[in-house]
Design a protein around this ligand. Structure first.
Ligand code: SF4
Length: 203
């Protein structure tokens, strides 16, 4: 993934209000159950997946891609810890005019516990879910914990951002190695990008 973060954190005083964070090390922090560490929230985005979407940027990433546009979000302590019900409330408020929800980062799959809860609730509301990840699908599918989340995702945009493959004509992707995968029951059902013609916008 490498989409620029286009808003400020969701709440005020994101750092100082969280007593459990550790700003000296970029390590995942232990959060209360039913929360996520959130770097930002867009209510109405048209550049993070198909249609008008709510977008949540989750904090923390280990991939360290050279040229990352969201470098600040690599820090697991960036942003604020928010209760998932609060996120769901904001998503549902947007739902009448949005096509669904996109989860980006950072690396969403570094917050498996909270991400799992959020994904189940999004699917229970019958919302379309896109997830951007620096992992490739095959890495996620080989990891039992992360693989269990795939069944609640409709579209996975996968792969590290590779600066040498950056192409601004690509829709919803930063570099041409990244794929847009339609998932069904956690399996790849279709490729939504055009792998044979990387300059062609296939969606
Ligand atoms: S996957 Fe790469 S581009 Fe995306 S946030 Fe992590 S380091 Fe940055």
């Amino acid at each position: 993934m490498n989409k620029p973060l286009m808003n400020k954190p969701l709440m005020n005083n994101p750092i100082m209000s969280n007593p459990i964070m550790n700003t000296s090390m970029n390590t995942p922090i232990h959060r209360p159950v039913n929360t996520l560490r959130v770097a930002g929230f867009l209510d109405h985005s048209v550049v993070n997946g198909e249609g008008l979407r709510s977008v949540i940027f989750l904090s923390g990433c280990f991939h360290n891609c050279p040229g990352c546009h969201n470098e600040a979000l690599q820090d697991f302590n960036y942003g604020e810890t928010l209760p998932i019900p609060k996120l769901m409330h904001r998503i549902q408020k947007n739902a009448p005019i949005t096509s669904g929800v996109t989860l980006s980062g950072g690396e969403p799959f570094e917050q498996v516990e909270g991400l799992s809860i959020l994904l189940k609730q999004l699917k229970a509301c019958n919302l379309s879910v896109w997830v951007y990840t620096g992992y490739v699908y095959e890495e996620l599918a080989a990891d039992p914990l992360r693989a269990s989340l795939l069944s609640n995702i409709d579209v996975l945009v996968d792969g590290r951002y590779i600066e040498a493959l950056r192409d601004e004509t690509l829709k919803f992707r930063g570099s041409s190695n990244q794929r847009i995968l339609k998932l069904e029951a956690g399996k790849i059902a279709a490729l939504l990008h055009d792998s044979t013609h990387p300059l062609k916008k296939s969606i």
